[in-house]
Ligand binder design. Structure first.
Ligand SMILES: NC(=O)c1ccc[n+]([C@@H]2O[C@H](COP(=O)([O-])OP(=O)(O)OC[C@H]3O[C@@H](n4cnc5c(N)ncnc54)[C@H](OP(=O)(O)O)[C@@H]3O)[C@@H](O)[C@H]2O)c1
Length: 260
C-alpha cells in the first residue's frame, strides 16, 4: 500500500545524492515535497521536473542548515508558507576525511552542527507538529560510520553514532504518538559526498559502492514498514552484524582502513 500519496515530505539535502533520489522516489509515490538545501538553482530545476511529471506540489527553500538555529528558522519558514510536514527526511550532511588536527576546528564544528544540532532541532519541532496532526514519519540519515570509531573521520563517525542512538531511542519514545522514526545507515554510496569528503576509494572497495537510488529505495521501504534501523545492501548488513562481535580497538582499525 502506498502510504505516502497526498502527504507532504520535507527533504533536507535534496539538491543531490541520496536526498535527490529520495525526493524523486517520493514524487513517484505522489507525495508533495518541500525541498531544502543551499543550492536553490538545483532545487528549482528538480521542482519543475517533478511537477511536470507528477500531479504533486513541490516547494523549494534555499537554506544553510549549518548556521545557528537553522532548524528553528526553517520550521518558521514552512509555517509562514502554511505547509504541514507529514514526513521529515533529515538527510543533509557532509564529511571531511583527514587527521583531527589537520582539519580546521571550524570545519569539525560546522559539520557537527549540521549533522547533530540542526537534525535534532528539526526532529524536535516537526515531531511536535506531527503529534498535533495525529502522526507522521521521520527518517534520520546516519551511516555505517555510526557503528564504529573511525580514525581520520573521528567527528563524522561520532556525529553519526549520535544520530543512530537518537533514532533508536525516538523510535521507541515517539511510537505512542503514532510517529514512526527510522534510521538509515548507508555504506559507501556514489554521490558528491565522496568528492566533498576527500575520500579516495580504490581497488576492491569500489565494488562495494551502492547507487543513491538503491539506498533511497531501501530507506523509503523501511519507513513504510515501520523499521527502526536499516542498513542497505547485503554486504553492509552482514558486515555491521558481524562487527558487533569485534572489540572496539579492532573496529577502529577496520573503520580507518575501509574509509581511506
Ligand atoms: N555517500 C556516502 O557514501 C554516504 C554514506 C553514509 C551516509 N551518507 C550520508 O547521506 C547523507 C546525504 O549525503 P550524500 O551522499 O547524498 O551526499 P551529497 O550528494 O553530497 O548530498 C549532500 C546534501 O546535503 C546538502 N547540504 C550540505 N551541507 C548543507 C548545509 N550547510 N545546509 C543545507 N544543506 C546542506 C547538500 O546540498 P547543498 O550543497 O546544495 O547545500 C546536498 O543536497 C549525508 O548525511 C551523509 O552523511 C552518505
Amino acid at each position: 500500500m502506498n502510504k505516502f500519496a497526498g502527504k507532504t515530505a520535507l527533504v533536507t539535502g535534496a539538491s543531490s545524492g541520496i536526498g535527490e533520489s529520495i525526493s524523486r522516489q517520493l514524487a513517484e509515490k505522489h507525495c508533495n515535497l518541500i525541498l531544502v538545501a543551499r543550492r536553490g538553482d538545483k532545487l528549482e530545476a528538480l521542482k519543475y521536473e517533478l511537477e511536470a511529471q507528477y500531479d504533486i506540489t513541490v516547494s523549494t527553500i534555499s537554506h544553510d542548515l549549518a548556521t545557528l538555529e537553522a532548524g528553528k528558522s526553517l520550521h518558521q519558514k514552512t509555517k509562514a508558507l502554511g505547509l504541514d510536514v507529514d514526513i521529515l527526511i533529515n538527510n543533509a550532511g557532509y564529511a571531511k576525511h583527514g587527521a583531527f588536527h589537520l582539519t580546521p576546528l571550524d570545519t569539525h564544528l560546522d559539520m557537527m552542527h549540521l549533522l547533530t544540532t540542526t537534525l535534532t532541532e528539526l526532529t524536535y519541532l516537526y515531531s511536535e507538529d506531527m503529534k498535533q496532526l495525529g502522526g507522521g514519519y521521520i527518517l534520520l540519515v546516519a551511516s555505517i560510520a555510526g557503528f564504529m570509531p573511525i580514525p581520520q573521520f573521528a567527528t563524522y563517525a561520532a556525529s553519526k553514532a549520535f544520530v543512530l542512538s537518537l533514532g533508536e531511542s525516538l523510535n521507541k519514545e515517539l511510537s505512542e504518538f503514532n510517529i514512526n522514526v527510522t534510521t538509515l545507515c548507508p555504506g559507501g554510496t556514489a554521490t558528491e559526498f565522496m568528492d566533498v569528503s576527500g575520500q579516495n576509494i580504490t581497488g576492491f572497495r569500489r565494488h562495494a559502492i551502492m547507487t543513491s537510488d538503491a539506498v533511497a529505495h531501501a530507506g523509503i521501504r523501511a519507513v513504510s514498514k515501520g523499521k527502526a534501523v536499516i542498513v542497505p545492501g547485503l554486504l553492509y548488513k552482514f558486515s555491521m552484524a558481524g562487527l558487533r562481535a569485534v572489540p572496539r580497538g579492532l573496529q577502529a582499525m577496520i573503520g580507518e582502513a575501509a574509509t581511506k
